[in-house]
Design a protein around this ligand. Structure first.
Ligand code: UDP
Ligand code: MG
Length: 320
């Protein structure tokens, strides 16, 4: 690089989605600033908060942070677009040399971001923080565990297990991601899809500092759907497999009926109960398979509409 010394300092941006975190954000920012204190000697640092249409006073709290700390940039979305799109808004605004995506509820320990930066300096393009342990509810841990196992079996690309969106992206990766404009977004999958040199750093995920989760079961299920349907056509193949299985079963049933009829001509194949159960079973299977088709069709419809991913109502500060 032949840059002048003044521009030789590399720039790091923290991308921080916020949804109803008024009670936790000041403590989060203080912890982040304390943990990243040492970075100031070597890097220019910026904190890009995205207020994802919070219903509480998060925006005012962020404005106060901006007044106190000139490195704070606040992007306010016009309504709640969801975590993945809030992060997308930050990615679109960011032109730093490296971007670090982090939750703002102190579940992602700020100190770990220093390790991510070290690995980036050592040449990695994507450094994702992989959970060694997590201090979430039993339900969340079990469902997340099951999801990652299903996903890794179904998806056509290798999506690392037990990683959230807490990760560092080199600017080249951020630029590539900018080309992915799908609506049903599953950033973890997209980052894997992009390629480049990707490395993992293990960490222990903490309990939420304050407030409540912005990911209730319904949002978790829809994110899981975006992961599986967005990165795999395995469910579509499943339909033909299930169809084949039932066709084979019916051949067995036909042979059985014929044999029984020939062997004991006086009584036909008995069992209206068997008939009724089979009918319900086939009906259930058919409707579930239609549901799979519907999931893809719905996604196609949303993509075809091609609406903007999010709308920004205010930008406070100047993201580089
Ligand atoms: N979040 C967001 N929009 C939403 C829901 C959540 O920007 O619609 C933010 C939230 O403020 C937090 C991060 O995304 O910084 C992760 O959300 P949360 O902690 O609620 O999810 P969990 O850790 O329970 O999966
Ligand atoms: Mg959280």
């Amino acid at each position: 690089m032949t840059d002048a010394p003044s521009s030789a300092r590399r720039r790091i941006a923290y991308l921080l989605p916020v949804y109803n975190e008024e009670s936790g954000v000041p403590a989060f920012h203080a912890a982040l600033v304390a943990a990243t204190d040492t970075l100031a000697d070597r890097y220019d640092v910026q904190f890009i908060y995205v207020d994802d249409g919070s219903r509480d006073r998060s925006f005012d709290v962020l404005m106060r942070l901006h007044e106190q700390d000139e490195r704070v940039v606040v992007i306010r979305l016009s309504r709640n677009f969801g975590h993945q799109k809030a992060v997308t808004a930050a990615l679109d605004a960011c032109h730093a040399d490296a971007a670090i995506i982090m939750d703002t509820d102190l579940q992602d320990p700020p100190a770990v971001s220093l390790e991510l930066i070290e690995r980036w300096e050592a040449g990695a393009d994507v450094v994702y923080a992989q959970r060694r342990t997590r201090d979430d509810s039993w339900f969340k841990r079990t469902t997340a565990h099951a999801f990652y196992r299903v996903l890794s079996r179904a998806a056509s690309i290798d999506i690392p297990r037990d990683t959230g969106d807490f990760r560092l992206l080199d600017r080249t990766v951020v630029a590539e991601l900018g080309k992915y404009r799908e609506h049903n977004r599953f950033l973890r999958g997209m980052v894997s899809h992009v390629g480049f040199r990707q490395e993992a750093v293990a960490f222990d995920r903490d309990r939420r500092h304050s407030g409540t989760t912005g990911y209730p079961l319904s949002k978790m299920l829809s994110l899981a759907g975006d992961g599986i349907f967005g990165f795999s056509t395995a469910p579509l193949r499943l339909i033909s497999r299930v169809g084949l299985l039932f066709s084979l079963l019916s051949v067995v049933g036909i042979v059985y009926a014929v044999v029984v009829r020939l062997a004991t001509p006086e009584n036909a194949v008995p069992g209206w109960a068997f008939l009724a159960i089979t009918l319900f079973l086939i009906g259930g299977v058919q409707i579930s398979m239609l549901g799979i088709l519907g999931s893809y069709l719905g996604r196609v419809y949303i993509e075809v509409q091609d609406r903007p991913l999010y709308s920004v109502s205010r930008v406070v500060g100047d993201p580089w």
